[in-house]
Write a protein that binds this ligand. Sequence first.
Ligand SMILES: [Zn+2]
Ligand SMILES: [Zn+2]
Length: 158
Amino acid sequence: MKLKISTIPIDGLELDFSLDAQKLRQSFGSNDRLQQAMQTAIQVKLSVEKQREHVHLKGNFELALQPTCDRCLETFSYPLQQALSVTCMPRTMIDEEDDGLLAYHGDQIDLAEVVRDQLVLSLPMIFHCRQDCKGLCPNCGINLNMGQCSCEAAVQHA
Ligand SMILES: [Zn+2]
Ligand SMILES: [Zn+2]
């Protein structure tokens, strides 16, 4: 999804598009955690405004990730809706990029890249299937959300 800057009208643009899950997975490269979690398309709504060489992108995106719980290793559904507000400027005008400021090259902005970067920033460091996930027994590996094992007493007494 490329946005050609020279084609943005004075009144701006309203965009409504989706990003393919498979392409996004590839773009995560070696980040296995995200590759695995990315199973559905991302729905994106953006207002685009241009002021001279500044391009303002404002809107939101939503998707349902399928991450693996870091405690119990079960896969679960993690719906995410995230606001997005980014200003893009030509590479030559920016010293340093940050969360809200992006450089573009030439006449186009890769919107898939913008959304992907914002998605990565908005994700938690750790996924938990629920707040009180009990995880796996470190001893026998049973999922303690599903049932008890007999190790617990022994571990506590040790
Ligand atoms: Zn869990
Ligand atoms: Zn156990």
